[in-house]
Design a protein around this ligand. Structure first.
Ligand SMILES: [Zn+2]
Ligand SMILES: [Zn+2]
Length: 341
């Protein structure tokens, strides 16, 4: 079928977002999250001796006050932005994973001489590099997130994600483009350089296992619980499991307005980096009463101005404060030490 360039771009982007198996918004992964949520709620009802009925379960999974919330509309707006516009506007500002990977391998060759091919079977070296790159992704994610919470200038951009007052899988996309540019570049640095080190160690260019250019381990987590991290469904990992994996409850705590939870649980799929760096907060088994959102009653909450434009002004003021050496009293923003995780 012959489509106009505009239409084929539109269809191509939609297919990349919803059909590509490695996409973090694929319909298959969303359906998987729905099934897991349905089963978890069904089992809980059963344990309470109640009958499993489809309608109440669907109402529990898609409560009207969350689906039609103004906060959810902003999430949807940001989702649209990332599917259709982000690459066109900011593609030039992103480092190349392949270039960094080659650079790391070439630097090691220049320093230590040519790499010697490994005697390991190809699938073993590929599996090892898949794990290495995934761990590098998680570390880069943790570091970027940590800096975004600790540096007031960066927090003003990351705060957009925390202004969500309800959580849905689309809240994952409610991220300011400035935050996203920094995030992608840090990830490219960590994962690209790690891939290059792996290439050198194994003596040949080795690509991690993946689905539509996404590391296969990350894809597995997207199908298992990443969507449920932004939901009202309380699924909590405790004990050793809670030290290793970032359950949906871990991330809901990350969004909590309770000061005890500020700057905690900064990882993506794994909790190990939080555990190692002292930012882990393991949720309780029973649902904790949490409230979400930063300054939820402010006038420009959930507007284009408040969630996309205003952060530039707020960040500029933070810089001014930094260089003036004292906070300006006229700014009615949360102080950095009150920022949440
Ligand atoms: Zn979040
Ligand atoms: Zn955060």
């Amino acid at each position: 079928m012959d489509l106009s360039p505009g239409t084929s771009y539109f269809v191509g982007q939609l297919s990349k977002a919803f059909i590509a198996p490695g996409s973090n918004a694929s319909l298959a992964s969303l359906f998987c999250a729905f099934c897991i949520g349905f089963v978890v709620l069904g089992v809980r009802r059963r344990k309470k001796g109640r009958r499993i009925r489809v309608r109440p379960l669907l109402q529990a999974l898609f409560p009207k006050h969350i689906v039609f919330n103004r906060s959810s509309l902003v999430d949807a707006g940001y989702f649209y932005f990332y599917v259709f516009l982000f690459g066109i506007i900011f593609g030039w500002a992103l480092l190349s994973y392949d270039m960094l990977s080659r650079m790391a391998a070439d630097t090691l060759t220049a320093l230590f001489g040519p790499a010697r091919p490994t005697s390991l079977p190809a699938f073993v070296s590929r599996t090892l590099i898949t794990v290495m790159v995934f761990l590098a992704y998680e570390l880069g994610y943790w570091l970027n997130h940590y800096l975004s919470h600790r540096i007031p200038f960066l927090w003003e951009f990351h705060k957009v994600h925390h202004t969500a007052t309800v959580l849905t899988p689309l809240t994952n996309f409610r991220v300011h483009p400035v935050y996203m540019c920094i995030f992608f570049n840090i990830l490219a640095l960590f994962t690209g350089l790690t891939n290059g080190v792996g290439d050198y160690l194994f003596g040949q260019a080795t690509q991690p296992y993946g689905l539509s250019e996404t590391n296969i381990i990350l894809v597995a987590f997207i199908y298992l619980y990443v969507h449920l991290q932004h939901s009202q469904l309380w699924i909590s990992f405790t004990g050793w499991l809670g030290h290793l994996f970032m359950s949906p409850a871990h991330h809901q705590i990350h969004h909590s307005r309770n000061p005890v939870h500020f700057n905690k649980n900064l990882g993506s799929c794994l909790a190990v980096w939080d555990w190692l760096f002292g930012t882990l907060h393991i949720p309780s088994v029973a649902r904790e009463a949490l409230e979400f959102g930063v300054d939820p009653d402010r006038r420009d909450a959930h507007t284009l101005w408040g969630e996309l434009i205003a952060p530039f002004g707020h960040a500029a003021l933070r810089l001014k404060e930094r260089f003036a050496g004292r906070p300006r009293r006229s700014i009615s923003l949360p102080a950095p030490e009150r920022t949440r995780a």
